[in-house]
Design a protein around this ligand. Structure first.
Ligand code: FES
Length: 157
């Protein structure tokens, strides 16, 4: 079976890893960089980091599962993040999640069958004045109402 290009580290990532190879705390830095490049930590990526840094695979999985930040499954092409911070929660974030889940036919932390969307509940994204807030691939939508959800999804199809 040929190796998929998808999980190949770029030359920049490899040189970053090389640079950090012998520095303390390098594992987290490297994993951050891997996720930045590949959107999640795949099994292949974890294997490769283990080999390059010469650390046991179990140590990598320990770090990845301890920190919420790391994702173990590939997100959709458009990752929808719903803020569940206090302000957004109080202004109705949960009904927005319910509506998104219904329209996309997935639950939080799942990906649609076509790989287009994933749904994620996150902590305060720092624009509470716009609550309730959701972001799609970094684009921020504020004061979102349930009836805007279909339009937001359609924008990314
Ligand atoms: S609580 Fe949602 S942006 Fe702060």
């Amino acid at each position: 079976m040929s190796e998929s290009n998808e999980n190949k580290f770029s030359p920049e990532l490899l040189s970053f890893i090389n640079e950090w190879k012998d520095k303390p705390g390098n594992l987290i830095m490297v994993l951050h960089k891997v996720q930045e490049e590949q959107d999640y930590i795949s099994r292949e990526a974890a294997d490769q980091v283990a080999a390059l840094l010469d650390v046991p695979l179990a140590t990598i999985w320990g770090v990845v599962s301890f920190y919420h930040f790391f994702k173990l499954t590939k997100p959709g092409k458009h990752n929808i993040q719903i803020c569940m911070g206090t302000a957004c929660y109080l202004k109705g974030a949960q009904p927005l999640i319910d509506e998104l889940a219904k329209q996309l036919a997935i639950e939080v932390n799942e990906v649609t069958d076509d790989g287009l969307f994933s749904l994620e509940a996150v902590r305060c994204v720092g624009c509470c004045g716009l609550a309730p807030v959701l972001t799609v691939g970094g684009e921020v939508f504020g004061k979102v109402t349930k009836d805007q959800i279909a339009g937001i999804i359609a924008k990314y199809k």
